[in-house]
Structures are given as structure tokens and as C-alpha cells.
Design a protein around this ligand. Structure first.
Ligand code: NVA
Length: 217
């Protein structure tokens, strides 16, 4: 890749389009990925940007479908940082007819308009949920604010007490990497309600299906 040597994203897109059938890109700039997609002649998959993490959302919904059958009507509580993972889950959940509730403290909440209900009360979000989800408190690019984030998000940890507010058969999801003791307790992450390892496996299956779909299109 020549981007670090000054090649434009458009030229990189044009060259890669001659080499490959599809591009999966993980980048620190959402706009860069959008520009790559606009200029490329092959499908461009967002493998993670600070704004969105749609591949993760596909694996998440696959995991819920395996566990519960129909997605429509499921209630998913996302508790923690209103970040890329939360945003993509809200969008995908709405498309699937799910009820997604995002519980985050002031300053960390998603913007309105993605179909999710927003609250700053983790227990209210977890009440009656079919799934409780969290992600790291310090995402890629947030490292300089790590200390403040850990302090602000501490009341939003998923622990056994919060899980008890959900349905008896509720599952716990986390996109990984997890920090046991931080955004989720080890007891919950490794406990009987955790679907996290199925979810991790489903990243493989969902992304294979996504590529197949794009290449067949
Ligand atoms: N929100 C996290 C997701 C890691 C898979 C990040 O962007 O770093």
C-alpha cells in the first residue's frame, strides 16, 4: 500500500480494483473508507471504522438467530460506550425488527436516529432483555482518554446483578477483545449465559456469507 507515501485513496482504490475481487478495510477514518468505496470498482466492506462496525453486527444477529430463532421482537440492551459497535447494532437491529436499547452515560451516548431507544439507566435497559451486550470502554483511537472513560463508564459494567434484570434465558454478548473486571465481570463473561464464544465464531461464518453474497451479486 502506498497511502502512507502520499498516494490518494482514489488511486489506491483503482489499483486494488485491478488486483482483487473485494476489499475489506479497517481504518481509523470512516471518511477514508467511504472514499475508497466510492472510487473502487469492486465491493468494499467496512471492517471497522470509528463510526461503524457492520460486520460485527452481522455476526451478532446470526448469534441471536441461532439462540432464539426469529430476531423480530427480541429486546437487546447494549450497555456501555455508545460507539461504533452500538451504532451498527442499532441500525442492524432496527432492520431486523428488534428493540435495541442503548444505556450510556452523558457524553457517551449514541446520537438519535438509528432506531435505538436511548437511556442513561443500565437497569432500565436490561429489564426484560433477551440479550445484554457490551464492548470495550476504550476503543481504538480513544487511548488518550482511557482513564476518564474507565471512571465515567464504571457504573455501566455488566455483572451478575445487572444480568438478573434481564429475562431468565437472556444471553450475554461482547464483540471482544474483553477486559474482564472492566466492562464485564469474569463471572458473566465466562458464565453459563455467555454466548460470546459462539458470537466470536460467527464472525467467521457471517463474513464468509457476506463475501459470498457480494461476489455472487
Ligand atoms: N469499539 C471497539 C471495537 C473493537 C472490535 C473499537 O473500535 O476499538
Amino acid at each position: 500500500m502506498q497511502i502512507s507515501r502520499g498516494e490518494s485513496i482514489g488511486d489506491t482504490a483503482r489499483v486494488l480494483s485491478r488486483y482483487v475481487d473485494a476489499i475489506v478495510v479497517r481504518a481509523g477514518s470512516h471518511e477514508a473508507v467511504a472514499e475508497l468505496a466510492a472510487e473502487a470498482e469492486v465491493p468494499v466492506v467496512n471492517g471497522l471504522t470509528p463510526l461503524h462496525h457492520p460486520c460485527q453486527a452481522l455476526a451478532d444477529l446470526l448469534t441471536l438467530r441461532e439462540r432464539f430463532g426469529d430476531l423480530a421482537g427480541l429486546r437487546l440492551a447494549y450497555v456501555g460506550d455508545g460507539n461504533n459497535v452500538a451504532r451498527s447494532l442499532a441500525i442492524a437491529g432496527e432492520l431486523a425488527g428488534m428493540e435495541v436499547v442503548v444505556a450510556a452515560p452523558p457524553g457517551y451516548q449514541l446520537e438519535e436516529g438509528h432506531g435505538a431507544k436511548l437511556t442513561d439507566d443500565p437497569r432500565a435497559a436490561a429489564a426484560g432483555a433477551d440479550a445484554i451486550y457490551t464492548d470495550v470502554w476504550v476503543s481504538m483511537g480513544d487511548e488518550a482518554e482511557a482513564e476518564r472513560r474507565r471512571a465515567d463508564l464504571a457504573p455501566f459494567r455488566i455483572d451478575a446483578d445487572l444480568l438478573s434484570a434481564a429475562k431468565d434465558e437472556a444471553v450475554v454478548l461482547h464483540c471482544l477483545p474483553a477486559h474482564p473486571g472492566e466492562e464485564i465481570t469474569a463471572e458473566v463473561l465466562y458464565g453459563g449465559r455467555s454466548a460470546v464464544w459462539d458470537q466470536a465464531e460467527n464472525r467467521l461464518h457471517a463474513q464468509k456469507a457476506l463475501l459470498q453474497t457480494l461476489l455472487d451479486a
